[in-house]
Design a protein around this ligand. Structure first.
Ligand SMILES: [Zn+2]
Length: 375
């Protein structure tokens, strides 16, 4: 294929910065009795050298991911975010709100209704346009942002929340790259995208979620009188320091992916040799590329436990590893449970005390010397 065109600015110059090879659509969990092979697509990240947006190259069409259980961390963060935005005076009682949600859950509308904000119908303009991990799922980034900005009423605010690219780089979260997630925003790239729509990011908040999540508040208007505040400035400075527009910096993710895949494979082989059973926990989409890159099948990892009823009877895409319900942790506690979503550690430990009672342990990617995994 030729050089991709940027999903945001349509520029054609850029660099491939991460290539995870042929991967199945990570949201496609086939039934266990479907032997495959599952269709695979190249999983690659490209960095636009014009606007700086890091983005997915291939556009594999795929069915919707079965709705997972909403991680408690996401619920807590939403409440925290709403509180902080309200304290800044951006969520006035009676304001009209429209939300672009994520297919993975995490709506703020309930929390906003409690504060007296009123949802509008699809397509109507509103005082508060909220996008909470939604826009990353749009293949056409240019059209997606244009639609959102156009719906902001005069004097209104656009709130955009994203897992920031500087976090992905700092924490080596190469496995944030996945089919269906078309954009990996830095504050710098998003500021450029907003400017192209006549908007300016005027303030921001940061959250620990996924290792570093940013909520940006943007308003119509550019130039004098619409300057970013100190918090946005410091995010932009951090972006520059980390090198979010530097293809060489992003390419480090490639080395990390390869070395972590080797570590995972070797650890599972040594556990198996020692006669210890390891089960996975959290059939998250982003476990998929990791398992395939590490050449892990059910002989090394007999099952991935997931509480979501929608995933029972299915297997991990591109592997022969079945998704199993959590009762297995209670009836046959394994020697170790490998968490693919670190944010779930606290709730998983609390929910299944049987694992540790039987001498088993919870292992996160961090404990194995990998990067902090994220949702
Ligand atoms: Zn671009």
């Amino acid at each position: 294929m030729g050089e991709p065109a940027c999903r945001a600015c349509h520029g054609q110059s850029g660099q491939l910065v991460l290539d995870l090879g042929e991967q199945p659509a990570c949201d496609y969990f086939p039934p266990c009795d479907d032997q495959g092979p599952d269709p695979v697509y190249p999983l690659q990240m490209w960095l636009c050298s014009s606007c700086g947006l890091a983005q997915l190259v291939a556009d594999a069409t795929m069915p919707e991911e079965p709705k997972g259980t909403e991680p408690a961390a996401l619920v807590v963060q939403a409440a925290d975010a709403v509180e902080r935005v309200a304290s800044a005076g951006l969520l006035p009682d009676g304001a009209r709100v429209a939300e672009y949600g994520s297919p993975h859950g995490g709506s703020w509308l309930g929390l906003l209704a409690e504060r007296g904000l009123r949802p509008v119908h699809d397509g109507q303009s509103a005082d508060v346009i909220l996008d909470c991990f939604g826009m990353m799922h749009c293949a056409d980034q240019s059209a997606a942002l244009a639609e959102r900005t156009a719906r902001v009423s005069p004097g209104g605010v656009l709130l955009l929340q994203y897992h920031s690219l500087d976090t992905i780089i700092r924490c080596g979260q190469w496995n944030a790259l996945r089919h269906g997630h078309y954009a990996y925003y830095s504050t710098a790239a998003l500021a450029a995208m907003l400017a192209a729509n006549g908007f300016t990011a005027h303030t921001a908040w940061q959250f620990e979620l996924y290792g570093g999540t940013v909520l940006l508040a943007a308003r119509r208007g550019t130039g004098a009188g619409a300057e970013p505040d100190g918090r946005v400035q410091s995010l932009l400075e951090e972006d520059a320091r980390v090198g979010v527009r530097d293809a060489g910096v992003l390419k480090d993710l490639q080395d990390q992916a390869q070395s972590q895949a080797v570590k995972l494979h070797d650890w599972l082989v040594s556990e198996r040799s020692a006669g210890r059973t390891v089960l996975g926990y959290g059939a998250a989409s982003r476990a998929v590329a990791f398992l395939r890159l590490a050449r892990v099948g059910r002989s090394l990892l007999p099952a991935v436990i997931d509480a979501s009823p929608g995933k029972q009877g299915l297997r991990m895409p591109g592997t022969d590893i079945p998704v199993a319900d959590p009762s297995q942790l209670t009836t046959h506690p394994p020697a170790a449970v490998l968490l693919f979503v670190t944010d779930l550690l606290k709730e998983a430990r609390a929910a299944f005390p049987e694992v540790e009672a039987a001498g088993g342990r919870w292992v996160t990617a961090e404990m194995l010397g990998f990067q902090p995994a994220d949702g």
